[in-house]
Design a protein around this ligand. Structure first.
Ligand code: ADQ
Length: 489
């Protein structure tokens, strides 16, 4: 017999991110179909059993009419999702403009293309105004649904202004903010015209989290150098109020990948792939087709390897799976053509009538197909020019139980700090070095591969997505309690 009051209390967690984890398609005036997209954040939070999570975000569609908004809100409620409705102009200025054209390249140390630079400089103020307005719209929705005791967890560079908007509503709200990208050196952040306002807005949160200790350190030094505040081992202090700043490296739901390898459909895929590439070593790249992922650099390094190692030419194949993103942006269209051009040239140069060295697919793969590919891979190549963490490297490691394949990993990905001892670390800009690492990986002894694999596998299976989410939220709860105690003293 269990008394009703013994039923465990589950704290409500309001997860606020730019996009909801569902895609909505309008079927009629008041009817919508929804498809849940199982990204890393969704699986991370599904695994957190102590909290009752609700999502707040943009549904990715423009819904100008009230009837449509009502119907979508109702449909989303069944998935524990709450929409923020943004009109086309705001999306253009806030999302395409300030978020993707300014913050994204800046945080990844990429300059804007020359022709865009002046245009962006001119439209900067209006885009920043739209950014603040959009963040305020998110805050309005959070505030409508907030209940005392809830934890509010804001995600990513789209919502840097949100902690301030929320605390303006209610200074007692427990607010955490986590950045999924790198936070750049303060020298880079200083170039942003809205540098101070953004930092102050983030500091309104109780807890600020990053993937690595380096990003946290960069953030603290931006606050000390730009705002003149005091950095402490716990975070940043402003007139007696502490904002706790710390590293919370994300992980994956490793069990989900390990279990998938037992699924008959995946085993069938694995058999087909092994047959298809029999007699050749398989190298793999899986990325969103984004400037930051260093895809051209990776392919050029592979070309150099083939150039210098003629005996490997018909014994190795590179499979590059690249999901197109932001396809309406000219820079991304240029990147796609550039990659196609390089792949075509190399296949023309080293291909034969029966085989080509590179298979490049511009598309997303379903979960099972992806797991099968990871499982048959001998060498995974991650050459990000900058990357907050990079979950592909974790997913590859989780699926390598039988192969014990080698991971070549960019030193500029956050994952280099956790998987560095097991991977071969490279500077992706140095294609001679990457080409040499491909040779090292392909020729590595079974003992060494095994040793490196176990190091990485141990990390990936212990530092999971669930552990990441639980640690962040419990740290946020503790931070708020400690702050209250400090005030009482
Ligand atoms: P992303 O830049 O999207 O994430 P990443 O961490 O590698 O980068 O995650 C990509 C996800 O998309 C992986 O789960 C991968 O399986 C999937 N994916 C990629 N290409 C795919 C394809 N062709 N088909 C199917 N699935 C594909 C941002 C930051 C990262 C940070 C994460 C999480 O840029 O640095 O690690 O958030 O915080």
């Amino acid at each position: 017999w269990e008394r009703p009051d013994a039923i465990p209390f589950r704290q409500r967690l309001l997860v606020v991110a730019n996009r909801l984890p569902v895609s909505a398609v309008r079927r009629g005036e008041e009817s919508w179909s929804l498809e849940v997209s199982a990204g890393g954040l969704v699986t991370a939070l599904l695994g957190v059993k102590e909290f009752e999570a609700r999502w707040i975000g943009w549904a990715g569609v423009n819904v100008p009419d009230e009837a449509g908004q009502r119907a979508l809100t109702k449909a989303l409620a069944e998935k524990r999702c709450i929409p923020v409705f943004l009109d086309e102009d705001i999306v253009h200025q806030y999302y395409n403009g300030y978020c993707n054209n300014i913050l994204w390249p800046l945080f990844h140390y990429l300059g804007l293309p020359q022709e865009d630079r002046l245009a962006t400089t001119r439209s900067f103020q209006s885009q920043f105004a739209a950014y603040k307005k959009a963040n305020q719209m998110f805050a309005d929705v959070v505030n409508q649904h907030y209940e005392e005791g809830d934890v509010v967890w804001c995600h990513d560079y789209h919502l840097m202004f949100l902690p301030k908007c929320l605390k303006d509503y209610n200074s007692k709200m427990k607010v955490g903010w986590f950045l999924h990208t790198p936070f750049p050196s303060s020298e880079i952040h200083r170039t942003l015209p809205s540098r101070s306002e953004l930092l102050r807005a983030v500091l309104a949160a109780d807890l600020v989290g990053f993937h690595t200790y380096d990003y946290a350190r960069h953030f603290v030094s931006a606050c000390t150098r730009i705002l003149g505040l005091e950095g402490t081992p716990e975070g940043v202090e402003d007139q007696g109020r502490l904002t706790r700043v710390a590293a919370f490296p994300i992980g994956i739901d490793s069990d989900r990948f390990i279990r998938a390898l037992e699924v008959p459909q995946v085993q069938e895929h694995i058999r087909e792939l092994k047959e298809r590439f029999a007699g050749r070593k398989v190298m793999l790249g899986v990325d969103r087709l984004d400037m930051i992922k260093g895809i051209p650099q990776k392919i050029l390094a592979f070309e150099k390897f083939l150039e210098e190692n003629s005996s490997w030419r018909d014994k190795v194949v590179l499979l590059q799976i690249a999901v197109p993103t932001r396809t309406d942006v000219p820079e991304y269209q240029k990147l796609t053509s550039q990659v196609h051009e390089i792949v075509g040239r190399i296949n023309g140069r080293f291909g034969t009538l029966t085989a080509v060295p590179i298979h490049h697919l511009d598309r997303s793969l379903d979960f099972h197909a992806l797991c099968a590919l990871y499982a048959v891979t001998d060498v995974a190549l991650v050459t990000s020019l900058r990357d907050g963490m990079n979950l592909v490297s974790y997913e590859f490691v989780a699926c390598q139980d039988s192969k014990k394949g080698v991971l070549i990993l960019s030193e500029f990905a956050g994952a280099a700090q956790s998987l560095g001892a097991g991977a071969i670390l490279v500077n992706p800009w140095n294609i001679t070095e990457v080409a040499a690492s491909i040779g090292q990986a392909l020729n590595m002894s079974a003992e060494e591969r095994e040793k490196r694999h176990w190091h990485n596998f141990g990390h990936v299976t212990t530092h999971t997505a669930q552990e990441w989410a639980e640690t962040f939220v419990s740290e946020l709860n503790d931070t708020v309690v400690e702050a209250q105690l400090r005030i009482r003293q």
